[in-house]
Design a protein around this ligand. Structure first.
Ligand code: HEM
Length: 151
């Protein structure tokens, strides 16, 4: 059981790096685009990296819960419960907050004619960016809780 737990920790930490690492830079990718062509390319890269984030995030949750099943005392630890709660909040933000805000952004990116990036895009993407930062902040708190296990 101990070896299995160690394997889970290994997968958990790898998933954190490979999944969360790209997650933190997602919102920066389209920022340097100067033209609509560059912007469309940036969104393609963002889309591919997001797949890594989803795989990493799913593995983090599965391995985290399995570790809890092996050591049930974890479900009495504050850091574990708060992380789990924050993780679900971050997960729910995807479909309920980020998705609705990203639909008009992607609409503009896909359908705008010409090379100049419209002001409307800048306005919409700034609004989306605020919530992406909130999501990143939640993940930073979870990482701090994971490392420090303060309570
Ligand atoms: C953003 C999501 C997460 C990230 C980036 C993350 C990252 C990490 C990292 C880097 C560690 C190693 C810390 C150390 O041992 O010093 C760790 C440990 C751990 N994580 Fe997570 N984690 C996340 C989500 C979760 C969730 C949702 C759960 C619970 C369901 C969980 C359960 C655990 C447990 C039990 C450990 C302790 C392993 C041990 O040392 O025995 N993690 N996590």
């Amino acid at each position: 059981m101990n070896t299995f737990y160690t394997i889970l920790v290994f997968i958990h930490i790898f998933s954190a790096i490979l999944g969360m690492g790209p997650g933190f830079v997602l919102s920066m990718i389209p920022k340097s685009a100067q033209t609509m062509t560059e912007l469309r390319h940036a969104y393609k890269i963002k889309h591919h990296l997001h797949i890594l984030v989803m795989i990493g995030g799913t593995l983090l949750l599965i391995t985290g819960l399995l570790m809890g099943m092996i050591h049930p005392y974890l479900f009495r630890m504050g850091w574990y419960l708060v992380s789990l709660f924050l993780f679900f909040v971050a997960l729910a933000m995807g479909p309920f907050v980020l998705k609705p805000l990203s639909i008009p952004v992607k609409e503009t990116v896909n359908h705008h004619q010409g090379e100049e990036i419209p002001k409307e895009y800048t306005r919409l993407s700034k609004r989306l960016g605020i919530y992406e930062n909130v999501e990143n902040f939640l993940f930073l708190i979870i990482i701090a809780l994971m490392i420090l296990k303060p309570f």
